[in-house]
Design a binder for this molecule. Structure first.
Ligand code: GTP
Ligand code: SPV
Ligand code: MN
Length: 588
């Protein structure tokens, strides 16, 4: 399908290593996809769901030991250990190739190696980048055809000499002790072995579009961020764009597809989804920051998705979707998960493949894995932005950071300026979720929601943010939000989901200089009367409580930040040390 020697060489070398029985090129055609679906169903790898209720939809169950990203087995393999920084795991590239080479050796014997040419961004467009993923998993092939732009035209766009990110994936034995997700930013290469789960194996996503791309962005003067992108349409039809970085399973998909409360809809407000997970951001000729979504689908968290919390996401999953680790509803051959509705099917199979009947349900056995997911085509989304296919992306008015904090962080606050905003992003902390293996609910620092995804030294990454700010004439305003404040009984104080529109409205008004704010040591918070509560049951007292910035709590927070910053040594930008000492002074 191509004369590109680099592509052919990559395939030859990988085939020599993995020794597949055959090699199949993925051309992106409907016919080929349908054949692969049929093959996966014949082996039990996938289950075809009800063609009337969920046309072209499938269910897949991963191995029980393989349900989330594995951060402790994810490595940045660059020549100098220093360059990976204190947060990433590091391996020497030569040692990593040798060690993993032993695991890949013969790993595809008796299997097929699929060659997936894909593009992150519109095929052939200025800011798009190509990748080739070699994999022995049909599940990966089918997911990639939803999540990225796959096909012959990618090879054409690459031409005889074009570069690409080399991705090699083998399921091997799904052996946790030999599972490795290896990134070689200096050779544009990703190796993933012994997993068959999402972020570990859909190499265009976290591995390429964040870890490798963040490294490319630093060198080439752009940014790859773990951000949703949304359009905020006002009643007069003007659309303002916001990008927001929240850690995994902290609300990006939900915010990106938000349906405004009825009173807003009546006035003509709308939210448009440009992307729900990743943004590639550049300085435009107009001196503004422009963000584009390099993906083509949503790999969304299933549990909690329902007709009330996120109807647009639910609608997106009605066609051409792959469900992973959810409940198989045998009553009508559809799917179910916790939080879909209050009627779990009585005749069902749980995510592990075990019967899940009233008995198991009464015993409290969960039907779907907490990190179960849907892979849905972006074009299915009823609120997909008309700019989704615009290769340049959209100009940003605001950047929003946010995390899951039971206490401490107020509902929303605005930074003082760009550098202070970079500081606000760098000190983000959030409770861990089921999106990665390990303990859940532990507060950890997750700067810009990129802790697991920056492909180089986090101190240098902060520096890159500071430098980018200097290149932007019309800087977006930078905010922080927290939908997850809890009361003493552990209940959410803020209703969240669609009601977050009220906070977005304040953010846009601040960008346009239409509303005043209260200055606090950490930044500007809304006056309580400026957050519209009409039509909610949130009282003014509750709102005041979640807007409070408690000096004592924040003084402790500042100590935690100081501790966190220490590990970056002299690679912490001076601008951020200054921001921290200024904050401490304001808290005195
Ligand atoms: P990744 O795909 O892992 O990057 O996650 P994400 O950031 O896109 O998170 P998502 O929108 O899928 O939400 C994750 C979980 O948070 C779901 O269980 C949601 O129900 C819940 N959630 C999202 N938004 C809100 C909110 O405003 N309030 C509350 N309380 N929960 C929310
Ligand atoms: C995340 O964990 O942030 C995800 C899911 O978006 S995964 O693709 O597994 O990384
Ligand atoms: Mn994500």
């Amino acid at each position: 399908m191509t004369n590109n020697k680099k592509v052919l060489q990559f395939i030859d070398e990988s085939a020599a290593l993995c020794q597949p029985d055959k090699i199949v090129w993925i051309d992106g055609s409907k016919e080929q996809i349908e054949n692969l679906r049929a093959e996966a169903c014949s082996t039990g790898e996938m289950i075809r769901l009800n063609e009337d209720l969920l046309p072209e939809c499938f269910l897949h169950r991963t191995a029980v030991n393989d349900v989330a990203r594995v951060e402790d087995r994810t490595f940045i393999c660059c020549k100098n250990k220093e360059d990976a920084g204190p947060i990433n795991n590091w391996m020497d590239p030569a040692a990593a190739y040798k060690m993993a080479g032993e695991i890949f050796k013969g790993a595809m014997k008796g299997r097929t190696m699929y060659v997936i040419p894909y593009s992150m961004g519109i095929v052939g467009s200025e800011f798009a980048k190509c990748g080739i993923e070699l994999t022995d998993s049909i599940y990966v092939v089918l997911n990639m055809t939803i999540m990225t732009r796959v096909g012959k035209n990618v090879l054409e766009a690459m031409g005889e000499n074009g570069d690409f990110v080399k991705g090699l994936h083998a399921r091997a034995d799904i052996d946790e002790s030999k599972r490795y997700i290896l990134h070689f930013p200096e050779d544009n290469t990703i190796w993933s072995v012994n997993s068959g789960y999402g972020g570990n194996v859909l190499l265009g996503k976290k591995c390429f579009a964040l870890r490798i791309a963040s490294y490319l962005g630093k060198n080439e003067g752009w940014m790859a961020e773990h951000m949703l992108i949304l359009g905020f349409e006002k009643p007069d039809g003007e659309v303002k764009y916001i990008a927001a970085a929240f850690p995994s399973a902290c609300g990006k998909t939900n915010l990106a597809m938000l349906i405004p409360p009825e009173s807003y809809r009546k006035k003509g407000y709308k939210i448009w989804c440009v992307g729900d997970d990743i943004a590639w951001i550049r300085v435009g000729a107009d001196g503004r920051l422009w963000a584009m979504n390099p993906e083509n689908g949503f790999f969304g968290v299933a549990p909690g998705t329902n007709a009330k919390s996120n109807p647009n996401a639910l609608e997106s999953t009605k066609k051409g979707t792959i469900f992973t680790n959810v409940v198989h509803n045998l009553e009508n051959n559809t799917v179910w998960w916790e939080g879909l509705d209050k009627n779990p099917p009585k005749d069902a199979i749980d995510w592990k493949g075990n019967p899940w009947t009233e008995k198991e349900q009464a015993e409290g056995v969960k039907g779907a894995h907490p990190n179960s997911r849907f892979t849905a085509p972006a074009r299915n989304c009823p609120c997909i932005s008309k700019e989704f296919d615009n290769p340049k992306g959209v100009p940003l008015s605001a950047i929003v950071f946010g995390g899951r904090r039971a206490k401490t962080a107020p509902l929303v606050y605005q930074s003082k300026d760009w550098n202070n905003g970079v500081f606000v992003g760098s000190i983000m902390a959030s409770e861990t979720t089921a999106a990665a293996t390990g303990a859940v609910g532990v507060v950890r620092r997750d700067p810009m929601a990129m802790r697991p995804f920056a492909g180089y030294h986090m101190g240098d990454y902060f520096k890159h943010w500071i430098e980018m700010g200097k290149k932007v004439k019309n800087q977006p305003k930078i905010f922080n939000v927290n939908w997850f404040r809890l009361d003493d009984d552990g209940k959410f104080l803020w209703p969240g989901f669609g009601e977050n529109m009220r906070v977005l409205e304040w953010i846009i008004k601040r960008c346009e200089g239409e509303v005043d704010a209260v200055e606090t040591p950490i930044g500007y918070v809304p006056k309580a009367e400026d957050i519209n509560l009409d039509g909610t049951d949130v009282t003014k007292e509750t709102l005041e409580e979640i807007l409070t910035v408690d000096k004592e709590t924040w003084a402790k927070e500042a100590e935690g930040i100081e501790e966190f910053y220490k590990q970056f040594g002299d690679r912490l930008p001076a601008e951020l040390s200054k921001e921290l000492s200024d904050l401490k002074a304001r808290l005195k």
